[in-house]
Structure formats: structure tokens, C-alpha cells
Design a protein around this ligand. Structure first.
Ligand SMILES: [Zn+2]
Ligand SMILES: [Zn+2]
Length: 317
């Protein structure tokens, strides 16, 4: 099959990739659409030293599954593959299993391919009226929803989202639903215009925000963002970190101690909630689509995804 793989620091199209071999409990999904995110770019750069098929944001149609009732259904899939046996898996699911793999990130081939294997338990059916172009955003939107799962975002809070990229714009829309006093720092005028359409305040820089925010959501995708986020939080404020990247960040942790900051990392989130938000039209995702490429042009798609200012690049498969 056709696939886009991570090899020697590059994303490379492979024409003769063997089809996935199904592990017990796994379903086979024919991928129809997939999204490139910053994590994919970081994986290619060396994050988790992964060399298989890239991709974890996708929608597709089930070819086969242990329960044949899934066959033919349009689905999205959660990306964590746990052992299913340990106390963590049994108590709270695979997200923090010590033996877990993550689709297209480590230990398990991903979805930038004609077919992907995934545990049947990871699948979620997509409602008929949610188009593929929206369904492909379920995984990052769920990650945005995880902010509200982990952090009590109160309506009276002053909240700033730092980084108005593909994930930051989803975080902003989820946070706006809480009624909080929200500002998004967006350097690009086009992004600020998009936020204005959604009724969300945007600023071109962080002027006036220093030490002013109850909650700072760091979604810049870069190491430098962590320290900037720290400087915006008020004493006893909260830093919510969303970026994963290859490398280490330099942060003045002593200042964080003195300011008694709470630091919360959040990662994968609830797919059902994301599907509900999309089905009800409460979060807009199609304005984030900046380009589409067939999978065979996956290398060009990857290059496009890394151009400054580019939001979501989709692969059509
Ligand atoms: Zn992603
Ligand atoms: Zn486990």
C-alpha cells in the first residue's frame, strides 16, 4: 500500500509498504482523510525516534473488525494503544499505560497510509452529518477539550492562549465555551480576523498581559513558548502546556516557584465530547484547512505544513 513514513529526518512516500498486520482485538480501517499536525513534524525531526508510518489524525471506513457490526462504518480512532492488562489500562484506559504505543508516534504504525490497524475499542462512529473534513479534526479537538477535563476553567478567569496555530485555535474555541475572559495572542492579521469572526478577542503581541493571567495556555509548539507563557501568568496562576517537540525548553523554574504557579500538562482528550461539539456546530474547523494533497504527494504536503502561517494540511487518501 501507499504510505508516508518517517525516515532519516524526512517524511518519505513509500509505494510498497506492506498492509498492517492486525493484532488481536484490532480493526482494519481504510483511511479516507488525514491531517498533518505539529507532532508529526516533530516526529520526523526525531521526537520519540520513530521510523514507521506517520499520522494520528484521521477518519476512515472500517474494513473488518472483531465485531462485524463495525464493518462499513465511518469512524475516527483514539491514538493510544495500551496493553489492556495492567492496572492503569483497566482503571482508566490506555493513555498512561507504561507499555502503550501511540498511533504514528511510537510503537504503532499510523494513519498516513491507505489502511491503518487500531484496537476496535479505540473506534468512535462519526455521525452522518459530520463530514470527513470535520471528522478529521476530532483528535486535536479532543486534545483541546482535555484542557477543561484537567483544569477547572471558571467563567471569571482571565485566560490567554499563546500560539494561534492549528491546536491553539481549537483550544481557544473550547475555552470560549466556558465564558472565561479570553484573549488569543496571534501574530498574523488573518488569524486575528478569523478569531474576530468567532467573537474571540485577539492581540498581536503579549503587551499588557505580563503577570496578568489566571490561566496561560501554551500552544506555540516551540521551546521558547514555555518561558514566555510563564511570564504572563499572575502569581498563583496556572500554566497549561500543550506543546510536544523534539528538544528541551529553558524555563525559569525558580520564578515559577516564587510565583507559586501550577503547571499542568494535558494531552489526549475525550473523542465523544469533540464529536458532540462538531455535530452541534459549536466549534468551527473547516476555516483551518489551508491545503489538501493526495497521499502520493505527501512529501509536498509535509513541506507545506511547515510553512509559517499554514494551519491544517489534509491528506486525501
Ligand atoms: Zn496531532
Ligand atoms: Zn496497560
Amino acid at each position: 500500500m501507499l504510505a508516508l513514513i518517517a525516515a532519516n529526518g524526512r517524511a518519505v512516500v513509500q509505494h510498497d509498504r506492506p498492509a498492517p498486520v492486525l493484532a488481536p482485538g484490532e480493526a482494519l480501517v481504510r483511511v479516507t482523510r488525514a491531517g498533518i499536525c505539529s507532532t508529526d513534524v516533530e516526529v520526523v525531526r526525531g521526537y520519540r525516534a520513530f521510523t514507521g508510518v506517520l499520522g494520528h489524525e484521521f477518519t476512515g471506513v472500517v474494513v473488518s473488525a472483531p465485531d462485524s457490526a463495525w464493518a462499513g462504518r465511518r469512524v475516527v480512532g483514539e491514538i493510544n494503544v495500551g496493553c489492556g492488562e495492567c492496572a492503569t489500562c483497566r482503571r482508566e484506559g490506555p493513555e498512561h499505560c507504561e507499555r502503550r504505543a501511540a498511533l504514528g508516534i511510537f510503537g504503532h504504525d499510523g494513519a498516513f497510509a491507505e489502511f491503518v490497524a487500531l484496537p476496535q475499542a479505540n473506534l468512535h462512529a462519526v455521525p452522518d452529518h459530520v463530514p470527513d473534513d470535520a471528522a478529521v479534526f476530532v483528535e486535536p479537538l479532543a486534545a483541546a477539550c482535555e484542557l477543561a477535563e484537567r483544569i477547572h476553567v471558571r467563567p471569571a478567569m482571565r485566560v490567554v492562549v499563546l500560539g494561534a496555530g492549528r491546536l491553539g485555535l481549537l483550544c481557544a474555541q473550547v475555552l470560549a465555551l466556558t465564558g472565561c475572559d479570553l484573549t488569543v495572542v496571534a501574530r498574523r492579521a488573518a488569524t486575528r480576523a478569523l478569531l474576530a469572526e468567532w467573537g474571540i478577542d485577539a492581540e498581536a503581541d503579549t503587551q499588557g498581559l505580563a503577570r496578568a493571567c489566571d490561566l496561560v495556555v501554551e500552544a506555540t509548539g516551540s521551546a521558547a513558548g514555555f518561558e514566555l507563557a510563564r511570564t504572563l501568568a499572575r502569581p498563583r496562576g496556572t500554566l497549561a502546556l500543550k506543546s510536544t517537540f523534539h528538544g528541551l525548553a529553558t524555563v525559569d523554574l525558580s520564578a515559577a516557584v516564587v510565583d507559586e504557579l501550577v503547571v499542568a500538562g494535558t494531552r489526549c482528550g475525550p473523542f465523544d465530547a469533540a464529536l458532540r461539539l462538531l455535530a452541534a456546530g459549536r466549534v468551527q474547523v473547516t476555516p483551518l484547512i489551508h491545503a489538501r494533497f493526495p497521499l502520493a504527494q505527501g512529501e509536498a504536503a509535509f513541506a507545506r505544513a511547515q510553512e509559517p502561517g499554514t494551519l491544517k494540511v489534509l491528506l486525501e487518501i
